[in-house]
Design a protein around this ligand. Structure first.
Ligand code: PLP
Length: 366
């Protein structure tokens, strides 16, 4: 028998912050109405799925993907509004893009800083930590708008290499003021990079993409996940070519698999179908927000994404009631002090939205 004690092995090899931390937990959702992860409830229509199945059957699985990903990148550039002369880098979800950005900016001579207004998307902090960087969160104002003076002061003090601005923000749903974002990009200049995380672009329909030529320190990052393809895991970013070349050195060579590549190319050929689904969800969001705003004690925050963040009198009670009715939403209460008694619900089909709404109503009754 080996004399190796596994606990000693772990203590001797695995970093302390990993040993003492937790993984990213995702609850088992089988049998539940899943309104906690901003997924598009609609699949591709049946005829398109049959056509996709044929394309996937023809995919060359015994070979590595073509490392240049030239066809898929070209489709992204032309379909999704990347400026002329600008390219994209692909990632296994934008989660991988975030980690590529952090890896490229973490350094050996000193601890580099990642900054984001908070509450923010949790992967900004996690990726920064795992890349060995310091993370500085700057609280938003209570209406979830950017606190520009606080951001500028924190930038002057901490000199971040990377500032993540989710546009619109998750978990709050709002778009930051464009002039505030530009002020942050200008303040960083050649000392730091601003990443506009446009995961919800299909719903917000506004973007910093066309500003790339004006701002060499701007990166625009997006994903196909919220558009309706969360399962294939495809994210991308664009930036000034010389900067993008640096990030590409850090990217694992075959990080996007052949099946994803085929499915994404197919989906982008039919992007009008996905855009139509997003438009339908935007209409449903307006209706759901109005219905919730009419409920006693509920505060609805403005959203430009496919989810709505609301404050209820007792978030734990509401989430428990919804869970009992087999509806999963996200309890934001303990994530940040600005989110006391806040919950986040993904906008879904009319049927699922109404199950949610009825359970929400029931949870508000004494
Ligand atoms: C969902 C989300 C992502 C992650 O997207 P993937 O491409 O699925 O990894 C990134 N940023 C924000 C703000 C998100 O809400």
């Amino acid at each position: 028998m080996s004399r190796t004690n596994i606990d000693n092995l772990i203590a001797n090899t695995i970093r302390e912050d990993v040993r003492s931390g937790h993984g990213y937990t995702v609850p088992d959702s089988s049998g539940y109405i899943k309104l906690d992860a901003m997924e598009n409830p609609y699949q591709l229509p049946e005829p398109l799925r049959a056509e996709l199945a044929q394309r996937l059957a023809d995919a060359v699985l015994n070979r590595y993907p073509l490392a240049s990903y030239s066809t898929l990148k070209a489709k992204i550039r032309t379909t999704l509004g990347v400026p002329a002369g600008y390219d994209v880098i692909l990632g296994n979800g934008s989660d991988e893009i975030i980690s590529i950005l952090c890896m490229a900016c973490s350094r050996q001579d000193k601890r580099a800083v990642v900054m984001a207004p908070t509450p923010a998307f949790v992967m900004f902090q996690r990726s920064a930590q795992f890349a060995g960087m310091d993370y500085v969160g700057v609280p938003l104002k209570s209406d979830f708008s950017l606190d520009l003076p606080a951001m500028l002061a924190a930038i002057a003090k901490h000199k971040p290499s990377l500032v993540f601005l989710a546009y619109p923000n998750n978990p709050t749903g709002n778009l930051y003021d464009e002039a505030d974002m530009v002020a942050i990009i200008d303040a960083l200049g050649e000392d730091g990079i601003v990443v506009a995380d446009e995961a919800y672009h299909p719903f917000a329909r506004t973007s910093f993409m066309d500003k790339l030529p004006q701002y060499p320190n701007l990166v625009v990052m997006r994903t196909l996940s919220k558009l309706g393809l969360a399962g294939i895991r495809l994210g991308y970013m664009s930036a000034a070519p010389a900067l993008l070349d640096q990030f590409d050195k850090v990217r694992p060579p075959y990080n996007v698999n052949v099946l994803t590549q085929v499915a994404a190319e197919f989906a982008l050929d039919h992007v009008d179908v996905l855009d139509e689904q997003a438009a339908r969800l935007n209409e449903a969001r307006t209706e759901l927000a109005a219905a919730m705003a009419a409920l006693p004690g509920v505060t609805v925050f403005p959203s430009s994404a496919n989810f709505i963040t609301v404050r209820v009198p007792d978030a734990d009670k509401t989430c428990a009631k919804l869970f009992a009715e087999r509806v999963l939403i996200k309890n934001l209460s303990r994530m940040h002090e600005l989110l006391a008694n806040c919950i986040r619900v993904t906008v879904s089909t009319p049927e699922e939205n109404s199950v949610f709404l009825n359970a929400l109503k029931a949870s508000l009754q004494a």
